[in-house]
Design a binder for this molecule. Structure first.
Ligand code: IVH
Length: 685
């Protein structure tokens, strides 16, 4: 059946329009048409191609959804070899690199292109007459695997380069090199799903990206949501080169290819060092993994003069961040008891230095995690520490397991007080049922009570609280106010001076606010913001103590679970007793001012300590509570919550499955991205 000219033209038009809208959506994050309209155009093209299969072209947007599975990967020879980079690990070595470059060029100062070193896998993309014809993995650097069908599913990658009305046209042959990677969120989602379905769980985003790309069935790749940034050129024919590497990147970005928004041109070694320091800090806020930064001599003519050593260019260097993972062995698994009685398994490790810090303990999170990773005493494990998060056990090396190990058991009794340990159905967390009878819970409750955002008792640090509880001087927060100079100065590392200071601090803390007081009580899931909402709503502690569930639920941010925790807390005679002692004029003598109007209170918060004060915030993805509850809580902490991301936005809060567009845009705008775990800390949950 011959294809009518009208159908051919229409298909051509649809392909161009779809690709244009795809770029606006995935790369520029600035869609012009609603999704429904895009879907309609795509369907029209699919129908046309189904009717006239000759119309299907490799650059058709219909090909992104994933073609039929392949039997095997074909081998591809790279037009120019894909090289590697030499590494340096400290400033000294970087200075030596710069010295070699300057000597080689006979110049005083060199301009470099500075880029993150993306932790994914290298890919070579070949465009002929602007159409993506081949994508290949690095392989041995000379020959790789043909993964064209898989790479086509990457939404931000143009299947056809953009025609610019003004500006230069792309060369007849353009080979582009880049890195394929996964965001942390996609990685977590892929693993969560694999775990549920009994599939392969990946150790890190890089392995997951490689596993997703090397799928014979491109439909599987399509579902994984790979990303890509281009960082350089391979063979180019039929056009002149840019003068500099950074110009080349700017140019290919104009043709629609995704380039890291973190790329900068920097001057001299000082510029390199400053960029490295800035990226080391920024790293934690990126939505994807980087393992260092790459510096490239920017001028192409200079690159050519410097040439190559073995398989790496003399004009580029990777300055790696210190390794964040190391191997060590598990010597024991202990259970720590938290303020709410939650038992957290902790691996005691043979001490190991990771990125300059000695790590001897790592969290195992909960029993489900222990079982999933099958961590046992005696195992050799990979431990990861990233920034200031608690180190964690990543995985076990099963081949190094000694004989006769046994799985870790959840203790039946609290290791601190011997009370029963309960794990509610469907909950990952097991808890000690001892309540304030349990010294661990008592200690944690007192630490919380004294903390800066609660009663703010200066000088009453964790170590001191531990001593006070250990010596039976304090069993509940009210006892703090009965401490004497004598008792305190008898403690370890406590002179009379610091004892007197502490008493003065205790005295100062007596004058507080109702919100702080409620927060200080440490009711489960009542963080600072919820405490403030409760204070604003009830304005009086007795009203809160007696409040039935029906009076709690209308308050923003309080659902049935939190309401139940609040009621459970106030129904405990022990808790009521402690509160009475805290308020009694002869002991705690704690007072608070009558509350001002809610708006004033909010403004006061905004002006003070909250890290969110005055910040404009946007939320993406799912959080553990309804959006409007989170919004209210953020507002109570002084933030302004908006829906659209712009230059004015200070923070993007990323929940599970965040919008990729939003993340990319936030990154492009330099907006700080806060993951939900950090948010929970801020909100005191
Ligand atoms: S340039 C001739 N730039 O690192 C220079 N590589 O160790 C070729 N990589 O195989 C590489 N981010 O997969 C370059 N901004 C970046 C990079 C980068 C990650 C990877 C790449 C390469 C490996 C070399």
């Amino acid at each position: 059946m011959s294809v009518p000219a009208s159908a051919r033209e229409r298909a051509e038009r649809l392909r161009r329009d779809l690709e244009y809208h795809n770029h606006r959506y995935y790369v520029l994050d600035d869609p012009e048409i609603p999704d429904a309209e895009y879907d309609r155009l795509l369907r029209e093209l699919q129908d046309l191609e189904a009717r006239y299969p000759e119309l299907v072209t490799p650059d058709s947007p219909t090909q992104r959804v994933g073609a039929e599975p392949l039997a095997s990967f074909a081998e591809v020879e790279h037009r120019l070899p894909m090289l590697s980079l030499s590494n340096v690990f400290d400033e000294q070595e970087l200075r030596e690199f710069d010295r070699r470059v300057r000597e080689g060029l006979g110049t005083e100062r060199v301009r470099y292109s500075a880029e993150p070193k993306l932790d994914g896998l290298a890919i070579s993309l070949c465009y002929e007459d602007g159409v993506l014809v081949r994508a290949a993995t690095r392989g041995d650097g000379y020959r790789g695997e043909d993964v064209t069908a898989q790479v086509r599913t990457i939404q931000s990658l143009p299947l056809r380069l953009r025609d610019l009305e003004q500006g230069e046209r792309w060369p007849a042959l353009l080979e582009v090199r880049g890195e394929v990677f996964l965001t942390y969120e996609r990685f977590a989602a892929i693993n969560a799903r694999a775990q549920r379905d009994g599939g392969k769980v990946f150790a890190n985003p890089r392995n997951a990206a490689a596993g997703s790309l090397r799928q014979l069935d491109p439909r599987v790749t399509a579902a994984r949501g790979l990303h890509l940034f281009c960082y350089g050129l391979g063979a180019v024919e039929g056009a002149s080169w840019s003068e500099s590497h950074s110009d080349s990147l700017a140019r290919i970005a104009r043709w629609g290819l995704p380039v890291s928004p973190e790329q900068r041109s920097v001057e001299g070694i000082e510029g390199c060092i400053a960029y490295h320091a800035a990226m080391a800090e920024r790293r934690e806020r990126l939505a994807y993994a980087i393992d260092g930064v790459v510096f490239k001599v920017d001028r192409r003519a200079d690159q050519e003069r410097l040439g190559f050593v073995a398989r790496a260019p003399r004009w580029a260097i990777a300055y790696k961040f210190p390794a964040q993972e190391e191997l060590t062995t598990v010597e024991a698994v202990d259970f720590q008891v938290g303020r709410t009685g939650a038992l957290t398994p902790v691996a005691r490790l043979a001490p190991v230095a990771i990125a300059g810090v000695t790590v001897a303990n790592a969290t195992l999170h909960n029993m489900d995690e222990i079982q999933r990773k099958d961590v046992r005493v005696g195992d050799t494990v990979t431990v990861r520490r990233a920034g200031d998060v608690i180190p964690e056990v990543v995985r076990v090396l099963p081949e190094r397991r000694p004989s006769e190990t046994t799985p870790v058991q959840l203790p039946a009794h609290c290791p601190v007080c011997g009370s029963d340990v309960l794990r509610a159905e469907g909950e990952a967390v097991a808890r000690c049922t001892g309540g304030l009878f349990c010294a661990a819970q008592r200690r944690e409750a007192i630490k919380h009570f004294a903390s800066r955002r609660a009663m703010d008792i200066e000088g009453l640090g964790d170590k001191l609280v531990e001593q006070l509880v250990e010596h039976d001087l304090v069993a509940d927060p009210a006892d703090l106010y009965g401490l004497t100079l004598e008792q305190l100065s008898g403690l370890e590392r406590m002179g009379e001076k610091s004892a007197a200071n502490l008493l003065a601090a205790l005295d100062r803390s007596r004058q507080t606010t109702l919100a702080r007081f409620i927060y200080a009580l440490g009711i489960r899931e009542v963080g600072e913001a919820t405490a403030r909402a409760l204070a604003e709503h009830f304005r009086d502690l007795d009203a809160l103590i007696e409040a039935p569930e029906s009076a709690l639920l209308p308050i923003e941010g309080i659902g049935p679970v939190v309401a139940a925790h609040i009621q459970a807390f106030f129904s405990q005679p022990h808790n009521r007793e402690v509160i009475a002692k805290l308020r009694s004029p002869s002991l705690g003598a704690i007072t608070w001012e009558r509350l001002a109007a809610p708006e004033d209170e909010r403004a006061a918060v905004a002006a003070t300590s909250s890290p969110l004060a005055g910040k404009t915030v946007v939320i993406t993805g799912t959080l553990d509570r309804p959006r409007d509850a989170i919004k209210a809580q953020l507002e109570a902490l002084g933030a302004k919550v908006t829906t659209s991301l712009s230059k004015k936005t200070d923070l993007l809060i990323a929940g599970a499955e965040p919008g990729d567009k939003k993340l990319a845009k936030a990154e492009a705008l330099g907006v700080e991205i806060i993951r939900r775990e950090r948010l929970a800390e801020w909100m005191g949950a």
